[in-house]
Design a protein around this ligand. Sequence first.
Ligand code: BDR
Ligand code: CA
Length: 310
Amino acid sequence: QRKMILDLDTGIDDALALAYAVADPRVDLIGIVSSYGNNTLEVTTQNALDLLHLLGQDDVPVFKGLPHSSTTDHFDVMQVSKDIHGDNGVGDVTLPHAPRVAETTSGVDFIIEAAHQYAEDLIIVPTGPLTNLAAAIEKDPAIAKLIGDVTLMGGALTVRGNVTSVTEANIHQDAEAADFVFKNQANLTMVGLDVTLRTLLSKKETKQWRELGQKGEIYADIFDFYIDAYDRLGIDHRGAALHDPLAVGIAIEPTYATFLDLNMEVTVDQASGDYGRTIGDNTKLLDGTSSRAAINVDVARYTRDFMDLT
Ligand code: BDR
Ligand code: CA
């Protein structure tokens, strides 16, 4: 079992990443760090608590991350996030309320403590902006080499972005933090739109969850909202993307994907037109590889395993 921290901006696909990590016997989920992103930090933290309650996991601690990027003093939820994830982040479905609140330790300090405690046994899977991880590395630079793996959902190298033509949403929320993480974190795997837009789920699959009782009904209602949004907004009429659960899957089972080893530094552009673009820097070639990007995925095997587990 690998120790895993999920850093979530819950979020419909984040909600599925959580269910997947909870269900996978190879994962020891040691804690959740919440992030602003698909909604405000208050809302995403509560969603994580409530979903864990629904999943019968009230003993998994939830730590609050940072409420906005370090380059701003506030955060506004993007309209596109509301369109895709609903006003409450989980498809406007009302969740049973968790009987507890988040821990008092900050998410940033939890990441630092866990890195020292578990070192190479620790996998961190950020599925929102990289603000929390960047802040943790900035506060304690030693952790960048201690953490076993960071497998993040974010970016786009070989396909268009989903915020602008070159920018993916998680990176776009905080390009400065993403750039810092790409430059400093060892053993980094990028699971971007290159692969996540290939793993789609349709109502044929969510219908199967409805046979699993209350938990399945709620998850099906949440995901159907997301499928309808993809259809309505013309993103994809075949189904909706398993962005965040694919990052969890690849973190545990890298053979789902094929990778491009980036033997150069990845940089995240910050100029206004390109803000948030993930791209290699050919002036900074590295010996060996520090990061890699998933560029293809075994869709059939991944989605079958995903359905078997959830
Ligand atoms: C990413 O952005 C968020 O809206 C999703 O939860 C996912 O993490 C996709 O670009
Ligand atoms: Ca997310």
